[in-house]
Design a protein. Structure first.
Length: 440
């Protein structure tokens, strides 16, 4: 047998805290560039701001609670591994499946936005061909190696963060407080509940940092540093982006384009009101903003590959998905499988609905993970916990409560999408109960 065939089937540890910060911010940062502004149509400035306020509290308490799990159980499966240990196989499957749905369904929406963004800059490029090429390129980069993938992610994330700071600086001189208060609650307080998915979109997938724990050097230390710095960076960027863009000309101007259609380009719309479409700042934000979309698209593909890989490794999905490529030491088959599902979703053309389904998966992941924190504290008090969430049990209970209320509200306002999401869970869970056998 060759030396190559004797290599252990394990992921390679190469990531440090800076790379983890880049991944954590990169997973999420596209949410600052598009999508969130559609929540203004539902709730206005005050409605979306209220939803975002509570979602920020949820993510802060969730992130530090989740960090306790990630440091104590540094596995690539993330929520799946934590629920498996804390709540058993059934809840482990449901938590992992919710995570898979979130991570697999978010990239198609972002791929479509990448295509639309390039089409806006260069009309000769078709939206769908660009989206498909993006899937092939970034899946290939992730197959090649996690260090190369994370290094690329760090570079595009730094550019995307810099671009948001440039936008905030350009918007600040045009900011007027009265623009935040004009028609601030057009649909009453019910609009705040309807805006919840778009508030979540500001931070969706931050938990993906935990899915590269098996590829992190000294994970018990570095995950805390990377996770914590990433969520604090994102909270600051969220507040800056929200307030400065609405403050230029009110919320309607960053929701509707010149033809009155809902737009996925709030930042260019805001600067066009302030400076016009021929100004250098408008062109800079429009062109460089593409990096924010690429950062999230590429980063979530990376996290999704690890989540699916772990599912296959333990036999909760076909075993071939749990194989590591011998040459690159990456979960190549899981990455390709996810790409195929993502492309199918992409061809539905329903990006808003895809985003909402991803949010359903995220909220279920958060709920199950917070219950896992509490269960593990009770059942395994002696488990080594290099980091313990402050204010336990208050922090995980706050995250659990807000996530539960948000899930109920999303179900009420999106009944058909809720039916699709819970239908996927039910069908896959039935398949799991029928086919699952212990992996030896």
């Amino acid at each position: 047998m060759s030396a190559k065939s004797n290599k252990p089937q394990a992921l390679k540890r190469t990531l440090g805290p800076l790379m983890l910060w880049g991944l954590g911010v990169g997973y999420v940062i596209s949410g600052m560039y598009f999508g969130w502004n559609l929540g203004l149509e539902k709730g206005g400035t005050l409605g979306l701001a209220t939803a975002t306020f509570f979602i920020i509290i949820m993510y802060l308490t969730f992130t530090f609670s989740y960090t306790e799990l990630a440091c104590a159980i540094p596995k690539a499966g993330g929520a799946f591994d934590y629920a498996m240990r804390g709540l058993g196989k059934n809840w482990g499957f449901l938590g992992g499946m919710a995570q898979n749905i979130e991570f697999i369904f978010a990239p198609p929406a972002i791929a479509f936005a990448i295509g639309a963004y390039l089409n806006n800059l260069f009309p000769a490029f078709g939206i769908m061909p660009v989206a498909l090429v993006a899937y092939l390129i970034f899946t290939g980069l992730n197959i090649y190696g996690v260090k190369a993938a994370a290094s690329f992610e760090l570079i595009v994330t730094i550019i995307a963060v810099g671009e948001l700071l440039i936008f905030a600086g350009a918007a600040a001189p045009q900011f007027e407080m009265e623009n935040l208060t004009r028609n601030a609650l057009p649909n009453g307080w019910s609009g705040a509940f309807a805006a919840i998915p778009f508030a979540i979109w500001f931070f969706l997938a931050i938990e993906g940092v935990a899915n590269v724990a098996e590829e992190t050097v000294n994970p018990q230390r570095n995950i805390l540093i990377g996770f914590g710095s990433a969520i604090l960076t994102l909270v600051i960027l969220c507040i800056l982006t929200f307030s400065t863009s609405v403050g230029i000309d009110g919320w309607e101007s960053i929701v509707y384009d010149a033809d009155g259609n809902a737009s996925d380009s709030p930042l260019p719309l805001a600067l066009s009101k302030a400076y016009g479409e021929n100004h250098v700042l408008y062109k800079l934000v429009t062109s460089v903003g593409l990096f924010g979309l690429i950062a999230s698209f590429h980063g979530i593909i990376l996290a999704a590959g690890r989540s699916t890989y772990e599912f296959g490794k333990v036999g909760f999905a076909p075993k071939f998905l749990g194989e590591v490529n011998a040459k690159f030491q990456t979960p190549a088959k899981a990455l390709i499988f996810n790409m195929m599902i993502g492309i199918i979703a992409l061809f539905t053309g329903k990006t808003g609905e895809i985003i909402t389904i991803a949010c359903f998966g995220a909220l279920c992941l958060y709920i199950i993970s917070m219950v896992s924190v509490i269960a593990l504290r009770r059942n395994e008090p002696n488990l080594e916990r290099p980091f313990k969430v402050p204010l336990y049990p208050i922090a995980p209970i706050i995250a659990l409560t807000i996530a539960s209320v948000a899930l109920v509200a999303m179900t009420i306002y999106n009944p058909m999408l809720a039916l699709i999401y819970f239908g996927i869970l039910a069908v896959t869970f039935a398949w799991f109960k029928i086919t699952y056998k212990e992996v030896v």
